[in-house]
Design a protein around this ligand. Sequence first.
Ligand code: ADP
Ligand code: ZN
Length: 212
Amino acid sequence: MRLVLLGAPGAGKGTQAKKIVQRFKISHISTGNILRNEIKNDTELGRKAGNFVKEGKLVPDELIIEIIKKELEGKQSDKGFLMDGFPRNLKQAKMFGDMLDLLGIKLDSVINIDVSKDEIIKRLTSRRICHSCNNICNINNFKDAESAKCPECGGDLIKRKDDELKVITERLNVYEKETKPLIDYYREHNLLVNIDGTGMENQVTERALKHL
Ligand code: ADP
Ligand code: ZN
C-alpha cells in the first residue's frame, strides 16, 4: 500500500497517519517529524531547515526531495508507505511522480482530510506534542492541562514553536497557496479520496479505511 495524506496543518494528518500505518504495517514518512528531529539534533540539515520551519515557510524543495529519496531507498518502505506532509506543492508532487516512475511503483490513493479553517485554528492553538515520542495531544482533553504528561510514554508535552498564532496564520497561507492545488492535481490523476476530518478521531480513521 502506497499512500499520500493531504490536509491543512491541524487537519489531523499525524494522528490519522499513525493509525493507518499500524493497520497496513507500512512505514510512516512524516517530513515534519523528520525535520523537527534534525533540528532538535542540530544536524547540518536541521540547521539549513530551521528558520523556514520556525517561520512557517516551506523548506526548499531540494532538501525535502533528498529526505524522501533517502526514505524510499531505506528497506523499511519496501512494504509500502504513507507520506505525511509531502508533497507540499506542485513541484514536489511532480518530482515525486518522476521518482516513483523510476522505481517502477505507483501510488494507491491520496487521502485528503477536509477540515474548516475555524476548526483548524482552534485545534492548532491547543495542540501539544510529546518531546520524547512525537505523540500528538490536545490540552482540551486533559483535566489538568498544566501538569499533563504524554499518555503514551510519560514524556513532557510541549507546544510546537510553529503553533503560535502568528506562525499558524503563515502556515495556513502557505497551505492555501501552495498545497491546496494538490487536491485538484491528484483528483485529475484519479487518486483522490476526500474525507470529512471532523468528529472523533476513530470515526475519521474509519472513513479513511473504508476507501482503502
Ligand atoms: P503541519 O502540517 O502541522 O504544518 P508538518 O509537521 O507537516 O506540520 O510540517 C512542519 C513544517 O515543516 C512546515 O511548516 C514546513 O516548514 C516544514 N515542512 C514539512 N514538510 C515539508 C515539505 N514537504 N516541503 C517543505 N517544507 C516542509
Ligand atoms: Zn510520548
